[in-house]
Design a protein around this ligand. Structure first.
Ligand code: SAH
Length: 489
C-alpha cells in the first residue's frame, strides 16, 4: 500500500509503543502516532513511511478513548517531556507494568506464567504532579527580543516561554520570574547558542522536599568576575531571590563552551550555603501507604551532584531494594553503580559492611561525606568501573584466599545501558546469596536477568516503581537468589 506524505488517514489506536506513541493499522499497514491513545479513533496526517510502517501526526480525535484524560499542561504536545499526559494516571501505571512484563518475556525469554508469579503490583505516586526536585530552564530571547525562559520544543533548541512546568515545584515560577525581572531591570543579556554571545544560559533550581530549602544556580557564559561580582548588579538579584521563602543557596556556574552540556565544572556560591540538604526516610513497603519506619538519612546536595529527581518515590524504591536485600545485620553488601551512596547508606544500617562502587570520583567524595554526616562507619567506597573493580577484587580474593569482603548480597543500579557482561560474569563467580537489581530501563534489565538466570540464579520478585509520572519511564526492582533457600520471605 502506498501512502503519500500529508495524506489524511483514519485509524483506531490499538496499542502503545515504548515511547508512549499510539499504534494503529490502516489496511494492515502500521502507523505510529504521537499523542494518540489506545482506544482513540483518530484522523492523522502521514508524515513518513518505511517499508512496513509509517509515522503520522495526530490531526483530530474522532472518538476519544476511555483511557484519556484532559492534559493539564497547555504545552504538553509541543514539549515532549510528558509523553503520556493525555492518558489517565491509572492507565499510565498499567502501561508501565505491561512494559516491564513485555520486556521480561520478549527480551528475557521468560514465560507469562513465570513473570506473573514474580510480579508485585507497581508502586504508583499519590500525586503524579510537581514531583521533581530539580529543573533546568534554558534562557533566551523571543522573536521580539524579550528575555524568556521555559523549555525546548521537542527535539529542537527553540525555547517556548513557560515558567509553570507542572512536574516541577510550584515555587519555581516565582523564582524564574524574579530572575527574569532582574535581567530586564539590569539589561543582563541571555546567551545565544548560535553566536555564543550573551551571559545567562540556564537556570538550575533544586528543592529539598523535606527541608523546604531552595538552591538557584545561574549558568553563565562569563570569563571572569565583573568588578568583583559574576553578574551585573549582582546584589539586586540576591536581594530579589532572598525575599523568597526557603532560599538557601545562590550560585553561578561558569560554562563558556559551545556545547549542549548544561552545567560548567566551575561553581561559585554568591550567597548563602554551598549546598541544600534533604532527608530520605526508610519506608515499610509491606504496609498500606508505606509508612516511615523511623530511620532517616540526610544528604547534602550541591549544584553538580547527582541526586534522584523524585524524592518521594525514591524513598519507596530504596526501601524496596532494602527489603529485597533481606539483611539481618551479618551481611557484607556490595552496592555497584552507587552514585552519591544513597542506596549504600540505606543498606548500611542493616548490614555488617557495605562497599559502594562508582565511576565518578566527585560522587564518591559526596558518598563519603554523606556517610560521615549520618554517622555511618561501616560503608566503604571505591572509585572505578563496576566491571573492573569487581573482577580485580575477586582475583585478589581468589589469590589470597581471604573472604573478608565476600558479598552476601550484591545490589546494582546501573545506568540505562545496564550492566557490563564482565560485571555480570564476576557476580556469578562470586556467588552472593542474593542479587537486587534496580533498573531504570526494563529492556536492558531483561537482557541481564537472562544472563543471571542462565548462570544458575532464580528470580523471586519483580516490582515496578513509578518515579516519573506523565512520562514513559519506570524503575524496576528485582530480587534474584542463588537458589530457593536464598529466598528471604
Ligand atoms: N544508585 C545511585 C545512582 C544510580 S545512577 C542513586 O540511586 O542515586 C547510575 C550510576 O552509575 C551513576 O552515578 C553513574 O555515574 C554510575 N556509573 C555509570 N557507569 C558505571 C560503571 N561502569 N561503573 C560504575 N559506576 C558507573
Amino acid at each position: 500500500m502506498d501512502y503519500q506524505k500529508n495524506q489524511l488517514i483514519t485509524l483506531t489506536i490499538e496499542d502503545i509503543g515504548v515511547e508512549g506513541e499510539g499504534i494503529g493499522k490502516v489496511d494492515g499497514f502500521t502507523f505510529f502516532v504521537k499523542d494518540a491513545v489506545v482506544g482513540d479513533v483518530i484522523q492523522a496526517r502521514v508524515m513518513k513511511t518505511k517499508k512496513n510502517y509509517g509515522y503520522a501526526r495526530l490531526e483530530q480525535i474522532l472518538e476519544p478513548s476511555g483511557d484519556r484524560t484532559e492534559p493539564k499542561c497547555p504545552y504538553h504536545r509541543q514539549c515532549g517531556g510528558c509523553q503520556i499526559q493525555a492518558i489517565s494516571y491509572e492507565k499510565q501505571l498499567e502501561f508501565k507494568e505491561k512494559k516491564i512484563r513485555g520486556n521480561l518475556m520478549r527480551i528475557g525469554g521468560f514465560s507469562a506464567e513465570q513473570v506473573d508469579a514474580w510480579m508485585e503490583p507497581i508502586v504508583g505516586m499519590e500525586d503524579p504532579w510537581h514531583y521533581r526536585n530539580k529543573a533546568q530552564y534554558p534562557v533566551g530571547c523571543d522573536k521580539e527580543g524579550n528575555i524568556i525562559t521555559g523549555f525546548y520544543a521537542g527535539r529542537t533548541h527553540s525555547i517556548i516561554a513557560n515558567t509553570e512546568c507542572l512536574l516541577g515545584a510550584p515555587e519555581n515560577k516565582e523564582i524564574l520570574e524574579s530572575i527574569l525581572a532582574y535581567m530586564r531591570r539590569n539589561r543582563v543579556s541571555a546567551y545565544d547558542e548560535t553566536t555564543g554571545k550573551g551571559l545567562v544560559r540556564h537556570i538550575l533550581i533544586r528543592k529539598g522536599f523535606t527541608s523546604k530549602e531552595f538552591m538557584v544556580c545561574l549558568v553563565i557564559n562569563a570569563p571572569k568576575k565583573i568588578s568583583g561580582a559574576y553578574l551585573p548588579n549582582q546584589q539586586d538579584l540576591i536581594q530579589a531571590l532572598t525575599k523568597l521563602q526557603g532560599m538557601t543557596s545562590i550560585s553561578v556556574s561558569i560554562n563558556r563552551e559551545q556545547t549542549n552540556v548544561i552545567m560548567g565544572y566551575e561553581v561559585h556560591t554568591i550567597w548563602g550555603s554551598d549546598t541544600i540538604s534533604d532527608v530520605i526516610h526508610v519506608r515499610d513497603m509491606q504496609k498500606e501507604g508505606y509508612p516511615f519506619t523511623g530511620t532517616e538519612l540526610t544528604f547534602h546536595i550541591s549544584p553538580l551532584s547527582f541526586y534522584q529527581v523524585n524524592p518521594v518515590q525514591t524513598e519507596k524504591l530504596y526501601s524496596l531494594a532494602l527489603e529485597y536485600a533481606g539483611l539481618t545485620g551479618k551481611e557484607t553488601v556490595w552496592d555497584l553503580y552507587c552514585g552519591i551512596g544513597t542506596i549504600s547508606l540505606f543498606l548500611a544500617g542493616s548490614a555488617k559492611k557495605v562497599c559502594g562502587v562508582e565511576i565518578i570520583p566527585q560522587a564518591i567524595d559526596d558518598a563519603r561525606a554523606n556517610a560521615a554526616r549520618n554517622g555511618i562507619e561501616n560503608a566503604e567506597f571505591y572509585v572505578g568501573k563496576a566491571e573492573e573493580v569487581l573482577p580485580e577484587f575477586y582475583a585478589k580474593q581468589e589469590n589470597q584466599g581471604s573472604d573478608m569482603l565476600h558479598p552476601d548480597v550484591i545490589v546494582v543500579d546501573p545506568p540505562r545501558k545496564g550492566c557490563d557482561e564482565a560485571c555480570l560474569d564476576t557476580m556469578l563467580k562470586m556467588q552472593p546469596e542474593r542479587i537486587v537489581y534496580v533498573s531504570c530501563d526494563s529492556a536492558t534489565l531483561a537482557r541481564d536477568l537472562k544472563i543471571l538466570c542462565e548462570g544458575g540464579y532464580e528470580i523471586q520478585k519483580v516490582r515496578g516503581v513509578d518515579q516519573f509520572g506523565m512520562t514513559v519511564h519506570v524503575e524496576t526492582c528485582v530480587l534474584i537468589t542463588r537458589d530457593k533457600k536464598g529466598q528471604n520471605s
